[in-house]
Design a protein around this ligand. Structure first.
Ligand code: C2O
Ligand code: CU
Ligand code: CU
Length: 531
């Protein structure tokens, strides 16, 4: 095994915002088999878009941070379930939180903590192919292991869902989510070491909203006019069952990325949504294992972006398309007012995935969207006390197939190298030496994107030095809010600035392409107490 540099695919224009961005570099998608369902052959828009139910608490329990007060307690059981993803398909087996995919939506208020007991009530055998050569998934480990992470949550380390803190069927873990953070769309999903990609593919994900008074005061569309759209791609076989591809190499099971041709929205394929001719707020998540979404509305219809991963933007931005990497969320407002009686499509890569059917009568529209939303104060570079240069690397074998993805040439089990001090600010420079775009996510924190800058990969491999080839490009307007996941584009140094607020203890940072994350593209980091 040796380190190699594979053919570098130039990505032109505004990194990633271009519609011609290749879906992937040189990793050929697994060949389509004759037993695979061709999603585009299905009749479109015959099923209404399901709206995940809002979870109700199971009671009150003493707060772990202040036992004199009681906070809402929820219990969510992970179960095998069946769901029909399309009118003309048979029920599909899934693993879902609360027995549904996506799981139920959790609604929380900023500053008001909750407790969630996550119970593993899954069967003892996995129904997707485990690769026992992957770290953490060895044959002596139980097949079915789960641990839940609240993505985007500022959560104490013992409740963060550390990948090694998995538990098996019959066990549960109770997590404390203090919600001391701004209003935002978070999401919860499985994070078990070595099989995370399989557990999420099986259906273990759901939405979690933090609300606050500031957001309430903006009078954004809410209730029936605020809709979450949890999007994730899957592959189905001809029996309507999930088909997670294995490597064409008989020695291996792991595949570098999994792309499905079936894009589910809230668990349905090609759903439709009846809307009134007025403004709606849409909360989008890309919950795919590896697929980047390039979303637009039909007929070039424009829309407003009002938020990023970690909450509201300073002001609405108008777009005609949006780019969403795995793990990212976006907050949009679409105005259907001019579309009385018409239909509008939501497209991914120009292919329809959802149809809006605009009715003729609107209930009273609650006025206009505010011109300004939530101020985002820029973290100045000079406040950083440390800059870390961190490389993103692929390790290939002699057949030029990637076998592992690494952060900073380090494996998961190696000693911690990233150890910021609580409340300090750091700049992380993500040096992407691969030909893939990697969505890099840090637990615990929110951050801002500084810029991306093209560098000479060849020179980097021979000298270990970063030699820039072009001036830095600022983050795109769509990314200029608080983020927790950032696209590190190929051949670019992507710089983020992070204040490590919240808690001391052990967390993780990783690529959110779940196949990469499972195969070593994840590292622990420690937040150290200030001395
Ligand atoms: Cu959404 Cu560590 O993950
Ligand atoms: Cu996370
Ligand atoms: Cu990656």
């Amino acid at each position: 095994m040796r380190l190699t540099r594979r053919s570098f695919l130039q990505v032109s224009g505004m990194a990633g915002m271009s519609a011609v961005l290749p879906q992937k570099g040189s990793h050929a998608p697994a060949p389509r088999t004759r037993t695979q369902l061709i999603a585009s052959s299905l009749t479109q828009f015959v099923d209404p878009l399901p709206i995940p139910r809002i979870l109700q608490p199971n009671g009150l329990r003493p707060s772990p941070s202040d036992s004199s007060s009681k906070i809402p307690y929820y219990r969510i059981s992970m179960r095998e379930c069946e769901a029909q993803v399309h009118r003309d398909l048979k029920p599909t087996r899934f693993w879902g939180y609360g027995g549904s995919v996506p799981g139920p939506t959790i609604e929380a208020r900023s500053g008001q903590g909750i407790l969630v007991e996550w119970a593993n009530d899954l069967p003892g055998k996995h129904f997707l192919p485990i690769d026992h050569s992957i770290h953490g998934a060895e044959a002596d480990k139980p097949e079915v292991r789960t641990v839940v992470h609240l993505h985007g949550g500022r959560v104490p380390p013992e409740s963060d869902g550390y990948p090694e803190k998995w538990f098996v069927p019959g066990q549960s873990a109770t997590c404390h989510y203090p919600n001391r953070q701004d209003a935002a769309m978070l999401w919860y999903h499985d994070h078990a070491l070595g099989i995370n990609r399989l557990n999420v593919f099986a259906g273990l994900l759901g939405a979690y909203f933090v609300r606050d008074e500031f957001e309430d005061s903006l009078q954004l569309p809410r209730g029936n006019y605020e809709i979450s759209l949890l999007m994730f791609d899957r592959i189905f076989d001809l029996a309507s069952q999930l088909n997670y591809p294995v490597s064409p190499d008989p020695q291996k099971v792991w595949t570098p990325e999994v792309f499905g041709d079936a894009i589910l929205i809230n668990g349905k394929l090609f759903p439709y949504l009846d809307v009134e001719p007025r403004k709606y707020r849409f909360r989008l998540l890309n919950g795919s294992n590896a697929r980047f979404l390039h979303l637009s509305l039909g007929d070039g219809h424009r829309f407003l972006q009002i938020g990023t991963d970690q909450g509201l933007l300073p002001a609405p931005l108008e777009h005609d398309r949006i780019f969403l990497a795995p793990g990212e969320r976006v907050d949009l407002v679409v105005d259907f007012a001019e579309l009385n009686g018409k239909a509008l499509l939501l497209n991914n890569d120009m292919l329809p995935v959802l149809q809006f059917r605009v009715g003729k009568n609107a209930s009273k529209d609650p006025g206009v969207l505010p011109q300004t939303l939530r101020p985002v104060s820029k973290i100045v570079e000079s406040s950083a006390i440390k800059t870390r240069t961190l490389s993103l690397v692929e390790v290939d074998d002699l057949k030029q197939r990637p076998v592992t993805m690494l952060l900073n040439n380090a494996h998961w089990s190696m000693p911690v190298t990233e150890n910021p001090v609580l409340d300090s600010t750091e700049i992380w420079e993500l040096v992407n030496t691969t030909d893939d775009s990697h969505p890099i996510h840090l637990h615990l924190v929110r951050f801002q994107i500084l810029d991306r800058r093209n560098f000479d990969i060849g020179a980097y491999w021979s000298t270990g030095q970063v030699k820039y080839r072009a001036p830095a490009m600022p983050a795109s307007a769509a990314e200029l809010g608080w983020k927790d996941t950032v696209r590190a584009d190929p051949g670019m140094v992507t710089r983020i600035i992070v204040k490590f607020e919240g808690y001391t203890g052990r967390y993780v940072w990783h690529c959110h392409i779940l196949e990469h994350e499972d195969n070593e593209m994840m590292r622990p980091f420690d937040v150290l107490p200030a001395s």
